[in-house]
Design a protein around this ligand. Structure first.
Ligand code: ADP
Length: 656
């Protein structure tokens, strides 16, 4: 075949124009794209050779070679993969077949700036070579074809390309980039090693580069050692070295990977100095195929609370690195998870936008979520030794289970609060998530009581899970609302995380038992109160009616209502809100955060048995006492009186 000129398909010409005329935000990705093509070509050969080993000719070791020539200003990427026939070169390098690239083209707006941004997000495969090259020569021969059936493809990246036949002994493809003046830095071994380390370390194929060594320049005067030398230079040695790790850890079978290797890999990808708490590694098959290697760190990072923080998942497609922080692969409430997902289905040039829309990605995200939750469930199950406390029980545990003791507690201390965001975010997994929640309680100062533990300890006749939210554990423990629960020995969960109140909006019951805040709604212990107590309460309320009416009048600006309660034992009064009302604590939090919070008018509940309350009837200080009762109740649950100075004055007046 003598030299032929072909026009590029219109879309290719358009794409090339963009590649060469737009400021490219991330030029080095050309190497990733070309190495990935080379790696694909080797994969294809491997596949075809399954039925025809002759295709390997006499070189079964598949590899990619990088070579640069500073004098000629070229960078060459050579693979000994499947190669191309002349027709294949014309078809594949002159048209756009990939749906991803077509999709990309359809998104172009014509505005150079935004298109340039778009192109930075997409890879554009082979054509990205023109980011750094003013001309590309491709020399290739199909595996199994004669040496004379090789083809040379040349283009300056404008409207057309030329093809001619070529004699090429080796099968496979060389892509020769004639570098632009502003891209000469890529003809440099350090630069190439750096890019390969970043994008192609985990390509299983070895990437080779010729070794270089420093050579002093010639003596200026051959007879005078001290007379100086010509400038020295790096000189190629003829030895080829592998410059990538050529092994993707996650592609190896689990049984061949040690715990240390897993931990080292974690440190490498997370930049964490500490070993991970735990990890999961699976190859998922089915309608979407991918490998997941997911780690839970031991410690929370500084910026965990930043909800804009990107997920810690690196996305690979067929072992080629695509992007860091692929947030679409993990829900936001699991943003602390680090790891790698390697998909067999996604296109290489997938962008963040496409990730959001892809059904494969959705399946991967769900798969990842399930895995992380099972990992956590497993830790939670083994957190405490069965029958902890009994002597010698740890001896019956396997070493693996022993290692898990206390791990969930550690995890929860670091990440529990983030996990709770999932209750509002991931409806499908709400039940699994609510089983993973842990709290302190009136029976345990440590945050380790799950709803299931609580239920197992519930009193005969108890039909709700009681809890209280407060700013601190001390405030929660000393809440007046807890008094009767303490007296009756009923456990109450103490919730002190800022997100608790919000998270509980999404959990109304656990395993059929409703959750009940002890600071919300009218007091009702149901069957836990005996008839006598109820009678006594009713009589007290009845005889207290006239005082109540006066209290309501005195506090009408502050309290929604005033009523008698039997939830108090030692305190004279407390504040509660209506069943569906926002708690005072949450309203305060919103206000502090500068957000709009509805005005919460609480209900004042008074203890008719308390000396101070008994004093009210007929007191000349009725008005002051009423306000003091209210303000103290507010103080007791962490609030501040509207007018602190007035409060102080009233107390002082009574004291003196
Ligand atoms: P993609 O690789 O995503 O399909 P490219 O534009 O990078 O898109 O390449 C187009 C086609 O050219 C490839 O699908 C492949 O058939 C062919 N090709 C590119 N590089 C090589 C190579 N090194 N060896 C063999 N074929 C190649």
């Amino acid at each position: 075949m003598s030299k032929q000129t072909h026009a590029f398909q219109a879309e290719v010409a358009q794409l090339l124009h963009l590649v060469t005329h737009s400021l490219y935000s991330n030029p080095e990705i050309f190497l990733r794209e070309l190495i990935s093509n080379a790696s694909d070509a080797c994969d294809k050969l491997r596949f075809e050779a399954l039925n025809n080993t002759a295709l390997y000719e006499d070189a079964p070791e598949l590899q990619v070679r990088l070579a640069f020539d500073t004098a000629a200003k070229t960078l060459t990427i050579t693979d000994n993969g499947v190669g191309m026939t002349a027709q294949e070169a014309i078809d594949h390098l002159g048209t756009i077949a990939k749906s991803g690239t077509k999709d990309f083209m359809s998104k172009l707006s014509g505005d150079q700036k935004s298109d340039a941004q778009l192109i930075g997000q997409f890879g554009v495969g082979f054509y990205s070579g023109f980011i750094v090259a003013e001309k590309i020569t491709v020399e290739t021969r199909r595996a199994g074809a004669q040496a004379e059936e090789g083809v040379r493809w040349i283009s300056g990246g404008t409207g057309d390309f030329e093809v001619e036949t070529l004699t090429r002994a080796e099968r496979g493809t060389s892509v020769i980039l004639h570098l632009r003046e502003d891209a000469l830095q890529y003809a440099n071994s350090w630069k190439l090693k750096e890019i390969v380390g970043k994008y192609a370390d985990h390509i299983s194929l070895p990437i080779l580069m010729e070794q270089e060594e420093w050579q002093d320049g010639e003596l200026i005067d051959p007879n005078d050692e001290k007379g100086g030398r010509q400038p020295g230079a790096m000189v190629k040695t003829g030895e080829w070295e592998t410059i990538n790790k050529a092994s993707a850890l996650w592609t190896r079978p689990k049984k061949d990977i040690t715990a240390d290797q897993y931990a080292d890999f974690y440190k490498q990808i997370s930049r964490d100095f500490e070993a991970p708490l735990t990890w999961t590694h699976n190859r998922v098959e089915g309608s979407t195929e991918y490998t997941q290697l997911l780690y839970i760190p031991s410690k929370a990072p500084q910026d965990l609370w930043n909800r804009d923080k990107k997920a810690g998942i690196k996305l690979y497609v067929k072992r080629v690195f695509i992007m860091d922080e692929a947030e679409a692969l993990m829900p936001s409430y699991l943003r602390f998870v680090k790891g790698v997902v390697d998909s067999a289905d996604l296109p290489l040039n997938v962008s963040r936008e496409l990730l959001q829309e892809s059904r494969d990605v959705k399946a991967i995200r769900e798969g990842n979520t399930r895995r992380v939750l099972s990992m956590l469930e497993d830790l939670a199950k083994h957190d405490k030794a069965p029958d902890a406390g009994a002597e010698g029980v740890t001896d019956v545990l396997s070493d693996e289970d022993k290692a898990k003791l206390g791990q969930y507690t550690q995890f929860y201390a670091e990440f529990g609060a983030v996990l709770k965001e999932g209750l509002g975010e991931d409806f499908g997994n709400r039940e699994r998530l609510s089983k993973l929640l842990r709290f302190a309680s009136t029976a345990s100062d440590t945050v380790g009581v799950g709803f299931a533990d609580y239920k197992a300890r519930m009193k005969e006749g108890q039909d709700a899970i009681y809890y209280i939210t407060a700013d601190t554990l001390a405030a929660a423990k000393n809440s007046p609302q807890l008094e009767v629960f303490k007296k009756k020995g009923i456990e109450v969960l103490l919730m002190t995380d800022r997100v608790d109140e919000w998270a509980l909006n999404f959990v109304h019951e656990f395993d059929g038992t409703p959750l009940q805040s002890v600071a919300k709604g009218a007091f009702d212990l149901g069957k836990l109160q005996d008839e006598e107590e109820k009678k006594a309460a009713e009589t007290a309320a009845e005889s207290f009616k006239p005082v109540l009416a006066k209290l309501k009048e005195a506090l009408k600006d502050k309290a929604e209502d005033v009523r008698v309660t039997s939830r108090l034992v030692d305190s004279p009064a407390c504040l509660v809100v209506t069943d569906d009302g926002m708690s005072m604590q949450l309203a305060r939090m919103l206000k502090q955060a500068g957000q709009q919070a509805p005005e919460v008018k609480p209900v004042l509940e008074v203890n008719p048995e308390h000396a101070l309350v008994k004093k009210l009837d007929g007191s000349v200080h009725f008005h002051d006492l009423a306000h003091i009762l209210f303000d103290q109740a507010l103080l007791a649950e962490g609030g501040l009186p509207d007018d602190p100075a007035a409060y102080v004055k009233r107390v002082n007046a009574l004291l003196s």
